[in-house]
Design a protein around this ligand. Structure first.
Ligand code: GRF
Length: 224
């Protein structure tokens, strides 16, 4: 039985698109049940419609966080969503939202957390002068960019990089590891001890995803 994913986004939606392609190709045992955006103009909504998915515009402007989240929760529950994936969703979730989907909300962040949480993480990392950066898929908890880490990928910073070229290589890794993380979570073959997400085995969920190397490539360089 395919699991049902609800995507929340606010912008261009390239991570959504990468997940959708993996799902449509049968690489992750899931289907996109709905794509919801708090920004009516989000390019990701239009893309979702082109794919033929249900795309819901729910403007958040002027609404209290709890009131808005209640609407989103209702939409997700109506569609029997098993997993919520934040894909460039530029809003903090209320505690009520997190409680509605315990251990069932993932986020992708374009840095190696816990370094550089918050906005413009790639620029923050670049300006700081780090020699490696990357991206992180994590469960969402009550704190910003903080929950238990499911998957990370390392991207070395090159001498001739700009924040933009670095961001582009990080994005390519984001597209790879988000589906891997979804595969792991949907397989249920993991446990959480403290902050550690321990994957029981090198499960098909991770192998069957975007990684053509066939490996468990969490620390693989994205720059070669
Ligand atoms: C990505 O860099 C993601 O890590 C961050 O927001 C950006 C969204 O990009 N959370 P896209 O809309 O998926 O292209």
């Amino acid at each position: 039985m395919k699991k049902r994913i609800g995507i929340l986004l606010s912008g261009r939606g390239s991570n959504f698109e990468a997940i959708a392609r993996q799902a449509l190709a049968g690489k992750i045992p899931a289907e996109i049940a709905v794509v919801i955006s708090n920004k009516p103009s989000a390019a990701g909504l239009e893309r979702a419609r082109e794919f033929g998915f249900e795309a819901v515009s729910l403007p958040s402007k002027g609404l209290e966080r709890e009131d808005y989240d209640r609407q989103v929760i209702r939409e997700l529950i109506q569609r029997r969503v098993d997993l919520v994936c934040l894909a460039g969703y530029m809003r903090l979730l209320s505690p009520a939202f997190i409680r509605a989907f315990p251990e069932r909300i993932l986020n992708i962040h374009p840095s190696l957390l816990p370094a550089f949480p918050g906005l413009d993480a790639q620029h923050q990392a670049f300006e700081y002068g780090v020699k490696v950066s990357g991206c992180t898929v994590h469960f969402v908890d009550d704190h910003l960019d903080h929950g238990a880490i499911v998957r990370q990928a390392v991207v070395p910073v090159r001498e001739d990089d700009t924040a933009e070229t670095l961001s582009a290589r990080i994005l390519a890794e984001e597209h790879r590891i988000y589906s891997e993380a979804i595969g792991i979570v949907l397989s249920g073959k993991y446990r959480i001890e403290g902050r550690r997400v321990i994957v029981d085995e090198v499960c098909d969920a991770a192998k069957s995803s975007t990684d053509s190397s066939g490996g468990f490539g969490d620390a693989r360089s994205g720059s070669e």
